[in-house]
Ligand binder design. Structure first.
Ligand code: RIB
Length: 311
């Protein structure tokens, strides 16, 4: 089984779905509430595990009920949690999420223990369990400290392990050049691609322009997701390919990007071609949008394969 190692965040999400997302000073009554496991790193780990990947997570949770529940959830998904540390000094990350009737969301995160995920945690994962050097693919995001991310990218380069960055939440000040040049693949959405390149990305043509800039800065493969407009896939060698989105009944777009990244990592680690892995990821992300929540909305392999055979 393909081995995927995710270095990233773990949160507990408190979600209210209602008609609209309140503006400052406004109160909206009449929503439904769910609490479920989230965090971009953990969501990607669960997405990949549910699709059949052999997944290990390097993360930190707090010494509290939420941290215990998160770890129990990872174990149910058969994720290796040898390197999910319980932080003695900080609480588990909490995300407050508001979802409206169009399935759009607004998220505020109290990072807690995620802020303490350190380069030493990643070194320990390598020293004790060889987690980095034996991975088929590494997956990272931007909800944990930049030093840790850079250190992970350095180790990936040292061991020749491919590394995918999902640059979310959007890097308002861009990303360090020495990080970009170590990445095998970057997968921004249109907003993230705009922050990274200065190009206003809104369609396939502007995404092509942004992809060119990212290649010039050293990233080998660029995938830009554009919501309903589809996905641009650029390997930096051949002409970029535009793939369509799938049409679904949208309930909640939270963690759709995480479903995409987890599925992409799983597909690539299994040896699918870039285009086939992106098609697999588009379907997984589309299905995740049909359910409320983050980890609880991640589809199974069977669901993804069934949907792909219907398309
Ligand atoms: O990408 C969605 C995730 O962002 C949520 O699960 C929330 O925890 C925030 O990290």
């Amino acid at each position: 089984m393909a081995k995927i190692v995710v270095v990233g965040s773990s949160n507990t999400d408190m979600v209210i779905k209602s008609r609209t997302i309140p503006r400052p000073g406004e109160t909206v009554i009449g929503g439904t509430f769910v609490s479920n496991a989230g965090g971009k790193g953990a969501n990607q780990a669960v997405a990949a595990a549910r699709l059949g990947g052999n997944v290990a997570l390097i993360a930190r949770v707090g010494k509290d009920m939420f941290g215990e529940e998160a770890k129990a959830g990872f174990q149910r998904e058969e994720i290796d949690i040898s390197c999910v540390k319980t932080d003695e000094t900080a609480a588990t990350g909490i995300a407050l999420i508001l979802v409206d009737e169009k399935a759009e969301n607004s998220i505020s995160v109290a990072s807690g223990a995620n802020e303490n995920l350190s380069p030493a945690d990643v070194d320990e994962a390598e020293e004790k369990f060889s987690l980095i050097s034996t991975a088929d693919i590494l997956v990272v995001q931007l909800e944990t400290p930049m030093d840790t991310l850079k250190h992970t990218a350095d180790l990936a380069a040292r061991f020749g392990v491919p590394i995918i960055l999902d640059p979310a939440p959007a890097p308002q000040n861009g990303l360090p050049e020495d990080l970009l040049s170590r990445l095998t693949l970057i997968k921004p959405n249109e907003t993230e691609a705009s922050f990274l390149t200065g190009v206003e990305v809104r369609d396939i043509d502007s995404a092509k322009e942004a992809a060119k800039i990212l290649h010039a800065r050293g990233v080998r493969q660029v995938i830009i997701t554009l919501g309903k407009e589809g996905v641009l896939v650029s390997d930096g060698i051949s002409e970029p390919t535009a793939l369509p989105a799938i049409s679904v009944q949208a309930v909640d777009s939270t963690a759709a990007g995480d479903a995409f990244s987890g599925a992409l990592a799983c597909g690539l680690a299994e040896g699918k071609s870039l285009i086939e892995a992106v098609k697999f990821a588009i379907t997984a992300a589309g299905l995740s949008v049909t359910k409320l929540g983050a980890q609880q909305s991640m589809p199974t392999r069977e669901e993804v394969e069934r949907k792909m055979s219907e398309e």
